[in-house]
Design a protein around this ligand. Structure first.
Ligand code: FAD
Ligand code: NAI
Length: 467
């Protein structure tokens, strides 16, 4: 039996980052991961591989559609999906190996196998050969993440009815793909294959794309994606999806409650993810998953057993890698006796389509629902010199500020490189800046960041300079 200050179950961005912070703070730390590679969903089948394929497919899209206008002629252009997947795998392997390096560097013990509670203090690790090792932890952190969700009738068979995991490893470019769900995965993975020539048809039961984001973003995104060939069936409720051998047939109910069918060679099920606690034997520690499958925690990420914490996708809140990381650091510092702080309102959300989407703080819908009076300043990307130079002119930057105090309450962007631009807004909001504060900052010309200044000027006194 090995004894630790902290035992962490799960090596995703929540677990491994928490392990590093624990070790930095002098805590003897062990991490348990059931797979042979570290890094969890994010590094193996999530953020990193999806972004690798998004980048490759975006190059292909530009070479096919935009190079000629830039004066670059390309003949015999062809997408090689095998090479794309191979490069993606190399990126994943390097990144996962980097996590193992960090564990070793920080003297964190890595135990490979399924972690399950024996009691409130002890975790059993069962490896692939059935060998069991017992670890005791003064503190235990559950960081077991999430798995793809699905509803009755759309169970993935992982061959033609697939989740994001299989979509990251297809061996052919589909002619047509149905995508259930116009959320983040649906639009990102739909973009990957759409750019490679697949006809993408999205079936969504909400009336707008990205329904949890500011309403203006979904509207703009739909216009943009329709231009590159996406088809959308909004307000359609999927009833069933069947694998017919060489094709899939999906049946959905439309707004009028009529059954409509769609056929394609693949169907991507992207209707959210669910917390993953399978195999943990939570009951042995006196814990239970809630009705949503999540581990319940208080504001300090403690479960009902105070020395057992839970972080990341397995608990409430946004299912994002950076949210899991922040929670991992928070718990490590709390265990070490510090007084950490985490502002959930300032966790940015990004969608890596092209153009990208990025947001932080409150949406207009949330402000209206809360009865908060606000001012709105918006600036079109097409009015930026930098955007015309690069031919990336779609989108806008929108800033919402308190009507009385001018404090920035929410920033919503759709445009080129906004995944990086959003950090200006996050920083400003962390320091509780006003729209005028943001507007008075000098921004370099020509950059996309000038759009942030212009939107802030528009929110301050409706005095954007370049519209
Ligand atoms: P996970 O990363 O899910 O890690 C949990 C780990 O625990 C896994 O390795 C699992 O094997 C292990 N585990 C589970 N049970 C046990 C057990 N009993 N014993 C031992 N090990 C166990 N987020 C972003 O912020 N940006 C993005 O661009 C982004 N892109 C994404 C793209 C896709 C296709 C997907 C699917 C997700 C994406 N996400 C993205 C979400 C992000 O991957 C998750 O929010 C993040 O990985 C959650 O981290 P976590 O540490 O909580 O859990
Ligand atoms: P999501 O919650 O973003 O979107 C799911 C979509 O499916 C919603 O629009 C919902 O209305 C729709 N839907 C649900 N049931 C349906 C049904 N029966 N028929 C039709 N539509 C239905 O979930 P998604 O895209 O699967 O992503 C899962 C998680 O992974 C998200 O929480 C996200 O945070 C994370 N992620 C983050 C990324 C990023 O940060 N860039 C990239 C990919 C995933």
């Amino acid at each position: 039996m090995s004894a630790y200050d902290v035992v962490i179950i799960g090596s995703g961005p929540g677990g491994y980052v928490s392990a590093i912070r624990c070790a930095q703070l002098g805590l003897k730390t062990a991490i348990i991961e059931k797979y042979n590679t570290l890094g969890g969903t994010c590094l193996n089948v999530g953020c990193i591989p999806s972004k690798a394929l998004l980048d490759s497919s975006e190059h292909f899209h530009n070479a096919t559609h935009n190079f000629a206008e830039h004066g670059i002629e390309v003949k015999g252009l062809k997408a090689n999906i095998t090479q794309m997947i191979q490069r993606k795998n190399e990126v994943v392997n390097q990144t996962c190996a980097g996590v193992k390096f960090l564990m070793d560097k920080n003297k964190i013990d890595v135990h490979t196998g399924v972690g399950s509670f024996v009691d409130k203090q002890t975790v059993k690790v069962t490896n692939g050969e059935g060998k069991e090792t017992l670890l005791t932890g003064k503190n235990i952190i559950i960081a077991t993440g999430s798995k793809p969700n699905f509803f009755p009738g759309m169970e993935p068979d992982k061959k033609r009815i697939i989740t994001s995991t299989e979509a990251l490893n297809l061996t052919e470019i589909p002619k047509k793909m149905l995508v259930i769900g116009a959320g983040v995965i649906g639009l990102e993975m739909g973009s990957v294959y759409g750019r490679l020539g697949t006809e993408i048809q999205v079936i969504e039961f909400a009336p707008t794309l990205l329904p949890t984001m500011d309403g203006s973003i979904g509207k703009e995104m739909m216009k943009i994606l329709k231009k590159v060939g996406f088809k959308f069936q909004m307000e359609h409720r999927v009833q069933k999806v069947e694998n017919k051998g060489k094709s899939v047939v999906l049946t959905a109910l439309n707004k009028k409650n009529e059954a409509v069918t769609f056929e394609a060679d693949y169907c991507l099920v992207a209707v959210g993810r669910k917390a993953h606690t399978q195999g943990l034997a939570l009951e042995n520690a006196g814990l239970a998953a809630n009705t949503r499958g999540q581990v319940e925690v208080n504001d300090h990420l403690q479960t009902t057993v105070p020395h057992i914490y839970a972080i990341g996708d397995v608990v409430r809140g946004a299912m994002l890698a950076h949210k899991a990381e922040e929670e991992g650091v928070y718990v490590a510092e709390l265990i070490a006796g510090q007084k950490p702080h985490l502002n959930y309102n300032l966790i940015p959300g990004v969608v890596y389509t092209w153009p990208e989407v990025a947001a932080v703080g409150k949406t207009e819908e949330e402000l209206k629902a809360a009865g908060i009076e606000y001012k709105m300043g918006s600036f079109p990307i097409k009015a930026l010199g930098r955007a015309r130079a690069s031919m990336d002119t779609a989108g806008f930057i929108k800033i919402l500020a308190d009507k009385t105090t001018d404090e920035v309450l929410g920033v919503h962007m759709i445009g080129p490189r906004v995944a990086d631009l959003i950090m200006e807004a996050v920083t400003a909001m962390e320091y509780r800046a006003s729209a005028e504060d943001m507007a008075r900052i000098c921004h370099p010309h020509p950059t996309y960041s000038e759009g942030v200044k212009e939107a802030a000027l528009a929110a301050t006194e409706n005095r954007a300079l370049h519209v």
